[in-house]
Design a protein around this ligand. Structure first.
Ligand SMILES: [Zn+2]
Length: 190
């Protein structure tokens, strides 16, 4: 049976590059892979996934009809996999529909996204994916301020760390990946 995957990481953990590479691996083998992004994210441009190193991939947005859309497409021509970018912004319902695609259409669904926001709280999409996924992988990167692995995202406002404000802010120039110790120290939580 097909699996639902969640590959999460902090900002700058190479997620977009990985999703584009995964898509490329399927298509170079002549397999059909559908690319989606959460409907919240338009920062890469309309219906576009872009990586920091310049790779681009056209995508569709997840809608409430995702299951029916994929079912119809799959009936017309076999779909071998689905990749989903910015999966932290998915609703609980979106994740349920994606799990139905794995369970009832037998198509693997590979989601990429953040785990927590800059307040260090789980996003709805991330929480549901952590609860429901068959396989969870961490994409690793290094803390902005030391050499430890980054596990948290810190928001910078005029170069000063903050941990208050809206959860969903798009555009990662003002976010940096940090380890827990640096997060606490920079935010003066200790
Ligand atoms: Zn650090």
């Amino acid at each position: 049976m097909a699996k639902l995957y969640y590959r999460y990481g902090t900002m700058q953990s190479n997620k977009s590059n990985q999703i584009i590479t995964t898509h490329h691996q399927y298509t170079t083998q002549g397999k059909r892979c559908l690319a989606y992004s959460s409907r919240v994210d338009t920062r890469s441009g309309y219906k576009m996934i872009k990586s920091r190193i310049g790779l681009e991939l056209m995508c569709e947005y997840i809608t409430d009809n995702i299951y029916d859309e994929v079912h119809k497409t799959h009936m017309e021509e076999e779909v071998h996999a689905i990749v989903v970018d910015e999966a932290q912004f998915l609703s609980k319902n979106d994740v349920m529909r994606l799990s139905d695609i794995a369970d009832y259409l037998d198509i693997p669904v590979i989601c990429f996204g953040l785990k927590t926001d800059f307040r260090n709280q789980l996003f709805e999409g991330s929480r549901t994916l952590l609860e429901l996924s068959d396989a969870v992988d961490e994409l690793k990167t290094i803390c902005q301020y030391c050499n430890k692995k980054a596990t948290l995202n810190m928001r910078l406002l005029d170069d000063r760390p903050v941990n208050v404000g809206e959860s969903i802010l798009i555009g990662d120039e003002e976010y940096v990946p940090v380890c827990r110790k640096c997060y606490k120290e920079r935010l003066e939580l200790v």
